[in-house]
Design a protein around this ligand. Structure first.
Ligand SMILES: [Zn+2]
Ligand SMILES: [Zn+2]
Length: 505
């Protein structure tokens, strides 16, 4: 297949299969520290798309890691009401911070469950692993020992790969979890050796939480620690045998996290590391990066309310992976997006099609598919005419499709996102060509083809020396009191020839 006609998921899968052998392991991970963010959708949707493509080439496992040992460092907006209960836990791992709602085993677990719910809805089914579990099972212990024993060597690798001039004096691969206060972000290792380390809980965090002052000693084998992120990531990729993982563009910069990850794999583990570390762009809203804290962009809840899931998935999977993706839903963008999705649904990916079309077809094939059969334009016109979804379903012979799309169309109407020509009422307004419009209506016959209906207008206009657009305008005014509307012939068919004759005959 021609490379330029391939969807990015196919190209990456090809590259992975070329550089490594099955079983393939595609990994993806996030810190679930707050409500689901649209960027999080990308994290698992991209990995899922690649894993699906790769599964065609050999045994493939898709793992999703939740970094629940990361520190709880801020109270997300919807949880401000639990500020009193939550504040004492700032600085502790997310897995050790209670869920104020009481429905999950931890604060991090609460949001992981939300992410799992979204994965389920989007049809992604990774094996879910949590960092606290991986640590408590001892999966990291050997790495912690190696990193500690060869601390100076690792420190230099981190320094050089992250392009820093100097490293902090008290730098250490291990972040102890204080046995007294439970915090992970206020501790520092004071000495280590023989599989043990001493620590002091006396650091101040950037969000103003102080260590408790405790000094303690712990064995690595007791699993009461986590590793620095840049060292945790390669360790986890190593013991999970990760073949491919993704990272947003900021991780891929010179001196970025991924530079360190590869430095550790190659110089420290003396292994090649993942065959492919794919790069993906940011999600943007009118040129600005989506940001929950700055209130930029749509929330996941809003996206799910206004877009059928397959359309949302299509919107995220269609553009090139490395490009920043604009995800802005409004009057100018909604209809083109849904129309594009409908078009993609109509393409046969197996046939020779032009470049952009093939990519669209593949992106579409990764979604759960279009759930309505009638063309959206017909649905909109029919709904405008009857304002009744059961009627729309039966007239277009798509009862299930109409019921499925109904709540979305109502959202679009309420937000004024539907093009003006699909929003109208049946009522006549004065116009310039009463007799000609009457003639048009009386020339209509039941069962006429759309092309013939359209031709009647042109013929009358030509005969009378009236510019055709002017006569079309009159017909629309006579039917819907607006100078333009949906394509006339299709509209007349949906409305019914008898009804048109009744209105203007
Ligand atoms: Zn919960
Ligand atoms: Zn402490």
């Amino acid at each position: 297949m021609d490379k330029k006609n391939s969807h990015w998921s196919e190209l990456i899968a090809d590259e992975i299969a070329h550089k490594s052998a099955p079983p393939f392991v595609v990994a993806s991970g996030i810190t679930t520290s707050g409500p689901l963010h649209p960027g999080t959708l990308c994290e698992f949707l991209f990995a899922d798309a690649i894993a699906r493509e790769l599964a065609k080439k050999g045994k493939t496992q898709f793992v999703f890691i939740a970094d629940l040992l990361d520190a709880f460092d801020s109270i997300p907006e919807p949880f401000k009401k639990y500020e009193k209960e939550l504040t004492p836990h700032l600085g502790k791992p997310l897995a050790h911070t209670p869920d104020p709602m009481g429905c999950h085993r931890s604060f991090g677990g609460h949001f992981l469950s939300e992410a799992e719910g979204a994965m389920e809805k989007f049809g992604a089914h990774p094996e879910i692993l949590t960092a606290d579990r991986l640590y408590s099972e001892g999966r990291y212990d050997e790495y912690a020992r190696m990193y500690s024993e060869r601390k100076d060597e690792v420190k230099e690798m981190v320094r050089a790969s992250s392009m820093r001039e100097t490293m902090p004096e008290d730098w250490h691969p291990i972040m102890p979890i204080c046995e007294k206060c439970g915090r992970v972000e206020t501790t520092r290792v004071t000495d280590c050796g023989g599989g043990e380390y001493g620590y002091a809980c006396d650091k101040k965090t950037r969000y103003g939480v102080d260590g408790c002052g405790h000094r303690g000693k712990a064995k690595i084998s007791a699993h009461k620690y986590k590793l620095l992120f840049r060292l945790d990531w390669p360790a986890r990729q190593d013991f999970l045998n990760v073949t491919a993982e993704g990272g947003s563009v900021d991780h891929h910069t010179k001196g970025g996290t991924i530079a360190t990850v590869y430095a550790i794999h190659r110089q420290f583990f003396r292994k090649p590391g993942p065959a492919v570390f794919y790069k993906f762009g940011f999600l943007k809203y009118k040129g600005k990066k989506y940001s929950k804290s700055k209130g930029i962009g749509h929330s996941v809840a809003e996206l799910m309310e206004v877009l059928p899931l397959p359309v949302l998935k299509y919107a995220l999977l269609r553009p090139d992976l490395q490009e920043d993706k604009e995800l802005v839903l409004e009057e100018q963008t909604l209809f083109p997006l849904v129309s594009d999705f409908e078009y993609a649904a109509s393409i046969d990916a197996e046939k020779e099609v032009e470049r952009a079309d093939r990519k669209k077809a593949v992106a579409y094939s990764l979604t759960q598919g279009k759930k309505w059969r009638a063309p959206l334009q017909d649905i909109l016109v029919t709904y405008a005419l009857y304002k009744d979804w059961a009627e729309v379903g039966s007239r277009l012979d798509d009862t299930e499709g109409a019921a499925y799309i109904a709540p979305y169309v109502e959202q679009w109407l309420a937000r004024k996102w539907i093009p003006d020509k699909y929003v109208f009422e049946l009522k006549a307004a004065p116009h310039a060509h009463t007799e000609l419009v009457k003639e048009f209506a009386s020339s209509l016959e039941e069962g006429m083809e759309e092309q013939d209906i359209q031709n009647i207008v042109y013929e009358i206009a030509k005969r009378e020396g009236v510019p055709p657009p002017e006569l079309f305008k009159s017909v629309y005014l006579a039917l819907i009191s607006k100078p333009q509307g949906p394509k006339l012939a299709r509209f007349v068919k949906i409305l019914g020839i008898g009804r048109v004759k009744g209105m203007i005959g």
